[in-house]
Design a protein around this ligand. Structure first.
Ligand code: COA
Length: 318
């Protein structure tokens, strides 16, 4: 059998930083409120002229370097993003051109904050079936451009960034299993309502019913983790690292409590960049690989939740 193995990881955060104190000057909030309710200290924002593809390219190049392969070796390029640079071509095609790869299939995948786990799942199917042998999977977002900077209930939560992994075919896992779900019945709880398809391009700001999203996220993430462990006959004790979507420290802590997993086995980066949507898991993953916390052979559980609602998980033997 063929499995996908993680060959390398990369991450990139734009240089421009906005701290909680900076936000105090923009909306009616305090550093303490943001820190206590979300765990966020600062976020990085793409500068004027800096595109989602710029962030994706920086993360992708780092992941390729870590994997020790070049762009020509890729036979699949996937970009999970909610903020593509253009309606078309896809950000994946723009990235492919930057990297200089020609001919590999390249496409975007839109599952908001669960986008990276979705994309990992899709790339894994390509590799398992033999349709690809080396895949680049990127989560990249300039989500700050969807924010209403007058709305204190949303603008303090998000930031921009990109993370990437390179997958290679292997005789052993690798990616042990992925589990993805959606339920569009919850479409109104977290959304950007406008777009060109519905003729409302002006309604371009993110809207959220925060309390309801919070409750649903905690319940759903608990269930997806149970589903993943059950599918593999594992228990929490078998997990070396939980790499959750970085939306809010209180959601992360609640999920860890449900699992009975101590916080020192959870990778937490939300303080440093807020919710970067599809970039958040690969950014956290890359940081913990590069600082030596995550080692080869360890078992990792990724879980994410996003607008749609969408949610998913990936169990990985690193
Ligand atoms: N600064 C100061 N006060 C704020 C504030 C801010 N940035 N944002 C909201 N408030 C106020 C509210 O207006 C409310 O005031 P009121 O009691 O006078 O009405 C009060 O703080 C409490 O608001 P509430 O919404 O109950 O706070 P909360 O503890 O639920 O935290 C969130 C709000 C948004 C942080 C929280 O609900 C959350 O994280 N939800 C999930 C969001 C998320 O992760 N979305 C992405 C999923 S991928």
């Amino acid at each position: 059998m063929t499995f996908s193995r993680i060959l390398g990881t990369g991450g990139y955060l734009p240089e421009r930083v906005m701290t909680n104190a900076d936000l105090e000057a923009i909306v009616d909030t305090t550093s303490a409120w943001i820190r206590e309710r979300t765990g966020i200290e600062k976020r990085h924002l793409a500068s004027e002229g800096e595109s989602c593809c710029d962030l994706a390219e920086a993360a992708a190049r780092r992941a390729l370097e870590a994997a020790g392969i070049g762009p020509d070796d890729l036979d699949l390029i996937l970009v999970a993003t909610t903020t593509p640079d253009q309606f078309f071509p896809s950000t994946a095609c723009l990235l492919q051109q930057r990297l200089g790869n020609r001919g590999a299939p390249a496409f975007d995948l839109q599952a908001v904050c669960a986008g990276f786990v979705y994309a990992l799942s899709v790339a894994d199917q390509f590799i398992r079936t033999g349709a690809a042998r080396r895949a680049l999977v990127v989560g990249a977002e300039t989500i700050s451009r969807l924010l209403d900077w007058n709305d204190r209930t949303t603008c303090v939560l998000f930031g921009d960034g990109a993370g990437a992994v390179v997958l290679g075919a292997s005789d052993e896992p690798g990616i042990v299993s992925t589990h993805i779900h959606a339920d569009g019945a919850y479409k109104d709880l977290l959304q950007v309502p406008g777009g060109h398809g519905n003729g409302r391009p002006e309604a371009r700001f993110l809207e959220m019913r925060g309390n309801e999203v919070f409750r649903f996220a905690v319940n759903t993430l608990g269930r997806i983790v149970d589903e993943t462990l059950d599918a593999n006959g594992l228990s929490t004790a078998d997990i070396d690292w939980l790499i959750p979507h970085q939306a809010n420290i209180r959601i992360i802590q609640a999920t860890a409590r449900k699992l009975d997993l101590p916080m020192d086995r959870v990778v937490v980066t939300v303080a440093q960049h807020g919710n970067t949507s599809s970039a958040s898991i690969p950014l956290a993953f890359d940081e913990a690989v590069r600082d030596g916390r995550i080692r080869r052979g360890e078992t990792l559980l990724m879980e994410a939740f996003g607008g749609g609602f969408t949610w998913g998980s990936a169990l990985i033997r690193y």
